[in-house]
Design a protein around this ligand. Structure first.
Ligand code: PGA
Length: 245
């Protein structure tokens, strides 16, 4: 497996290079559907896109990767609200599919499953990686054939994501809805964004270890057209001589 790896030295460069890689992928399609991630990692990427302003990047439609469940409407930590603030509203990007983290979870899952056959697979998936190797909320143990579904969050994900949670945000949810590995694998282009030393070990494991549901991100080894935008710290544990490209 060969990857295109773009190594950057600071967050600003990370944002710029990720935006360039993204625009290059967008240019290969006409208004593609695109899966985009939330979390801390992509923030410089979204900042770089916002700097360009509306109408400056090729048109695309947003498909939500995952969402917390059991929160209330308008909750500041709902991923969809974060995406609206960070990208969708400033750049006027249309939403192709999204999750309602305040709805009845099983109704929401049924709605999402009903929509899937009506929309074509996303052409591009931009993803992050969790310290435990998850992608979206496909936690360790997720089958490579897993579908869109409701999942219980693992303790390590709850610990990692709780950091930005304020007392007024209420109880941290322990369930989420996520696109499955199937939907991620259907993308023709994948852009993996990784920042920081805390991801170095899992990144090396995902890209050079066995392909296994224990490390859901290891599915990247089976994907065509994978671009990795990562900072030096995130790449610091890649084995010597690893064939990056
Ligand atoms: P992070 O989350 O970007 O906040 O580290 C990534 C993930 O958990 O997938």
């Amino acid at each position: 497996m060969k990857y295109t790896v773009i190594e950057v030295h600071n967050d600003r460069a990370f944002g710029k290079k990720a935006a360039q890689a993204f625009i290059q992928a967008l240019r290969q399609y006409h208004e593609p559907d695109v899966i985009l991630p939330t979390g801390n990692t992509p923030l410089p990427f979204y900042a770089a896109l916002r700097e360009m302003g509306p109408g400056k990047i090729p048109a695309f439609r947003y498909r939500q990767l995952d969402e917390y469940l059991d929160l209330w409407m308008g909750h500041p930590k709902l991923f969809l609200n974060e995406m609206k603030t960070n990208l969708l509203d400033p750049l006027e990007i249309p939403i192709r599919s999204s999750f309602n983290g305040a709805a009845d979870p099983y109704e929401e899952l049924m709605q999402a499953k009903k929509l899937l056959p009506e929309i074509r697979p996303a052409k591009i998936a931009v993803i992050g990686i969790g310290e435990n190797g998850h992608v979206g909320f496909n936690e360790p143990g997720s089958s490579m054939f897993s579908d869109i579904r409701i999942v219980d969050l693992t303790e390590s994900t709850i610990m990692a994501n709780k950091k930005g949670w304020a007392p007024e945000d209420g109880l941290f949810p322990n369930r989420a809805i996520t696109l499955g590995m199937m939907q991620l694998r259907e993308a023709e282009q994948t852009i993996l964004l990784v920042r920081g030393e805390s991801k170095a070990q899992i990144l090396a494991k995902a890209l050079t270890g066995p392909v296994t549901p224990d490390v859901p991100a290891s599915y990247l080894q089976m994907q065509e057209n994978v671009t990795i935008v990562a900072d030096r710290l995130a790449l610091s544990k890649m084995p010597a001589g690893f064939n990056f490209s």
